[in-house]
Design a protein around this ligand. Structure first.
Ligand code: GDP
Length: 195
């Protein structure tokens, strides 16, 4: 199965500090509190990312090793009012540099709280991935917060919006505590990472 031996590799504040750009890499992105840490942990059967974090804490690019050839990358999210504009701009710049320049990047997972999908942050990442035709997989997180019917409706709405604007993107329902959508997400990762 996917990533049984996933472990923390390194953090980088800029492109120069990233591990060697070889092999295959999948990046995880999402606004703060979207459920990225929870998803990373449940998808890799590991405790890679802490789920309780200080709002506004400086977030870096965090690299996790799956094996010698494969990595997952936790991209910085933002969304807390406490974070200064200059810090947001710094993040945006190094995110853009990473996404545009990383050869080993084969796909991106974008996490959106199902109750607040397609924020400006999400659209920024969708635009970048669309511009370089990068495969992107959306996890609509916290699906357990909605009824089955409401979750399906939200999925349909986001799916039709993406279809028009971002043909490189796919979307699914996800819940870490309800263990919903885990196998579906893992099979996307396995496909991208050629596992
Ligand atoms: P991150 O900031 O994107 O890394 O988000 P976290 O993974 O730290 O999750 C933020 C909060 O949402 C935490 O309190 C989690 O327990 C909660 N959470 C994350 N995923 C889910 C989910 O699928 N369902 C529910 N009900 N809560 C979730």
């Amino acid at each position: 199965t996917l990533c049984q031996q996933a472990s923390f590799l390194t953090s980088a504040t800029q492109l120069g500090e990233c591990p060697s750009d070889s092999g295959l890499e999948v990046a995880f992105a999402g606004r703060s509190n979207a459920g990225k840490s929870s998803a990373l942990n449940v998808l890799t059967h590991a405790r890679l990312a802490r789920t309780s974090k200080t709002p506004g804490r400086t977030r870096l690019l965090n690299f996790f090793r799956l094996d010698d050839e494969r990595r997952l990358v936790d991209l910085p999210g933002y969304g807390y009012a406490k974070v200064s504009l200059s810090l947001k701009q710094h993040w945006q710049q190094h995110l853009e540099a990473y996404l545009g320049g990383r050869q080993s990047l084969v796909g991106m997972v974008l996490l959106m709280d199902i109750r607040h999908p397609l924020t400006d942050f999400d659209r920024m990442l969708l635009n970048w991935s669309g511009a370089c035709n990068m495969p992107l997989h959306v996890l609509l997180t916290k699906a357990d917060k909605l009824s089955f019917g409401a979750a399906k409706t939200a999925l349909f709405k986001v799916s039709s919006q993406l279809k028009q604007e971002f043909p490189n993107a796919r979307v699914q329902l996800f819940s870490a505590p309800a263990r919903q959508g885990i196998e579906q997400a893992q099979s996307v990762l396995a496909d991208w990472l050629r596992l």
